[in-house]
Design a protein around this ligand. Structure first.
Ligand code: RB5
Length: 143
């Protein structure tokens, strides 16, 4: 699975921790930021969302202070279903029932150990399909 990851300055430390642990050895590309200088999270969020929606990557992970701004941003792109998760159950269900293709995390709301577990569960879960597919299709009302 080809994966993209991105963060703003607030998410940089957690992003690096995940890349060095649960994401190590996976086919993953970091779309920035790579410095502690403040950046606007929508710039990174839109970049990643467009690359996932175009099919360049199957899934994406976005990290900011809370995960909220990244989720709001990513969900503006048609075809993106971004889920801001702070527990493993939500991470699992976001894929099984909602076919989430972007996971958003908050570096200021999650410790690295929990974030690692969330990422692991999310990457190892598949969409259930069936009745959920019809519902997911109804999400797409982008004009
Ligand atoms: C940056 O200070 C912070 O606002 C950002 O990382 C994010 O939490 C926004 O949703």
């Amino acid at each position: 699975m080809k994966i993209a990851i991105g963060s703003d300055h607030a998410g940089l430390t957690l992003k690096r921790a995940l890349l060095a642990s649960v994401l190590k050895g996976l086919d993953i590309v970091d779309l920035g930021t790579d410095s502690r200088h403040a950046v606007d999270y929508p710039d990174i969020g839109h970049r990643l969302a467009k690359s996932v929606a175009s099919g360049q990557y199957e899934r994406g992970i976005l990290i900011c202070g809370t995960g909220i701004g990244m989720a709001m941003t990513a969900n503006k792109t048609c075809g993106i279903r971004a889920a801001n998760c702070s527990d493993t159950y939500s991470a699992e269900m976001s894929v099984r029932h909602n076919d989430a293709n972007v996971l958003c995390l908050g570096s200021r709301t999650l410790g690295p150990a929990l974030a690692e577990r969330i990422v692991k569960v999310w990457l190892n879960t598949q969409f259930d399909g069936g009745r959920h597919a019809e519902r997911v299709n109804k999400i797409e009302l982008c004009s």
